[in-house]
Design a protein around this ligand. Structure first.
Ligand code: NAD
Length: 404
């Protein structure tokens, strides 16, 4: 039996996927509300294909509990934020989860850490906890970082390649077989530190490339050039593939993990440090663009300006570290208020001046800022007729649209 610890965006689909493929699974989360909801037959967040997977997993006998189980295999997928001051990974959730596992697990149990951690974290922080608490138990530690992207999680769980880090080849093969119960991608077995580093490097690669596109957008804005046309032409070069600029980076991976490298190697990770600052500066840049465009168009009342989208990416309901939340915080720091906000995926009231209906939102504003490219706005772009539009994603095909 596998006990999956932490039933969030990563742990829940993983537990369901294993159970749907014939593995006996108990999912454990210390949040009673989460466990109650799952036991009541409901998933806890929106994700393409998740409800269907949930039903298959229930048929496969998946169970949910707040209790840690006595078994031989654990998968830990709890949060790993970074310390805002030192930029280093904050491993306290992983340490707590591992301590709770150690209190119940038998000797020879394997603890798989799926949470993203910086290179060396498992040896520096987790192994000492294991060594300290279990004089009589032999415990195997494995790192199996997760790569899936919200919005396409179910598909990517099935088809992405995976990495397994371990110091024990036999244990590596056992865990590889477990993931192979559902994963059709290639599964590479390596050592723990390498596995830790690969995950952080993958997200850093993305962050640096996004930052490059954002920097180009800033240069082109400064000197009045069309960044989209320039990127389009450059990408016709056989060895150039520039990403698209945007209003910032959010979520739990690309806006967080590269900081681990800056925190651990401050004198070496220079490009990464600058890239992260560039991305983090984009919401402020958009705020400034709003100000410029208001001046340009003679719009004086900020209450007539609305932000479309609160989530950190399109077609998901995850708002963590989202550019819109960062922009609203920035607005607050400037002691200003008034921007209206709407997101079709956020049904609860989470910020001031929030709307829950696109038509009512648009009725109450003259200027709309497209922060997130949800399908809804792509399909309803005709409703923006007559509005001033700041399109941060270049999705609206209209001559008079403003860009970042
Ligand atoms: N969300 C993503 O897109 C994504 C993608 C790849 C990797 N990751 C990584 O996966 C890890 C998990 O991220 P997430 O987005 O699923 O987080 P999350 O916040 O959605 O879920 C974490 C869950 O763990 C529970 N939890 C925390 N400590 C616990 C404990 N000691 N015992 C039991 N339950 C506990 C919380 O209640 C929560 O439900 C992180 O390291 C993250 O960086 C996330």
């Amino acid at each position: 039996m596998v006990n999956v610890i932490g039933l969030g965006y990563i742990g829940l689909p993983t537990a369901l996927m294993l159970a749907a493929h014939g593995v006996e699974v108990v999912g454990t989360d210390y949040n009673e509300e989460v466990v109650k909801k799952l036991n009541g037959g409901e998933t806890t967040f929106k994700e393409e294909g998740l409800d269907e997977l949930f039903f298959k997993a229930v048929e496969g006998g998946v169970k949910f509990s707040t209790e840690y189980q006595v078994t031989d295999t654990y998968i830990v997928s709890v949060p790993t934020p970074y310390d805002k001051f030192t930029k280093k990974v904050d491993a306290k959730y992983v340490i707590n989860a591992v301590e709770s596992v150690l209190a119940v697990c038998p000797s020879e149990a394997t603890i798989v850490i799926e949470s993203t951690v910086s290179p060396g974290t498992i040896n520096r922080f987790i192994k000492p906890v294991v060594d300290e608490q279990n004089i009589n138990k032999k415990i195997h530690l494995v790192h199996a970082p997760e790569r899936i992207i919200p919005g396409n999680m179910v598909y990517e769980l099935l088809y992405n390649n995976r990495t397994i880090g371990t110091e024990d080849r036999m244990v590596g093969e056992k865990i590889k077989a477990l993931y192979a119960s559902f994963c059709q991608g290639e599964i590479v077995v390596t050592d723990i530190r390498t596995a830790e580093m690969t995950k952080v490097v993958e997200n850093t690669y993305r962050a640096v490339n996004i930052a490059f596109a954002n920097e180009l957008a800033k240069i082109c804005r400064y000197d009045n050039m069309d960044v989209y046309e320039i990127i389009k032409i450059c990408n016709m070069h056989p060895r150039v593939n520039i990403l698209q600029p945007g209003p910032g980076v959010g979520g739990h991976c690309i806006s967080v993990d590269p900081w681990f490298l800056v925190g651990d190697y401050p004198s070496l990770a220079k490009v990464i440090d600058e890239a992260m600052k560039t991305n983090d500066g984009m919401p402020d840049f958009v705020l400034n663009r709003i100000y410029e465009i208001m001046k340009d168009t003679g719009l004086t009342d900020v209450k007539r300006v609305g932000l479309y989208g609160l989530t950190y990416k399109e077609n998901v309901d995850d708002m963590r570290e989202s550019p819109t939340m960062q922009l609203l915080e920035s607005q607050e720091r400037h002691l200003a208020t008034g921007l209206k906000v709407y997101d079709p995926y956020i049904t609860k009231d989470v910020v001031e001046n929030q709307y829950h209906d696109l038509d009512v939102f648009l009725r109450d504003i003259d200027m709309v800022v497209i922060m997130v490219k949800h399908d809804e706005i792509r399909n309803n772009s005709f409703k923006l007729e007559g509005k001033i539009v700041l399109d941060c994603h270049n999705i609206i095909q209209r001559q008079d649209v403003y860009h970042i």
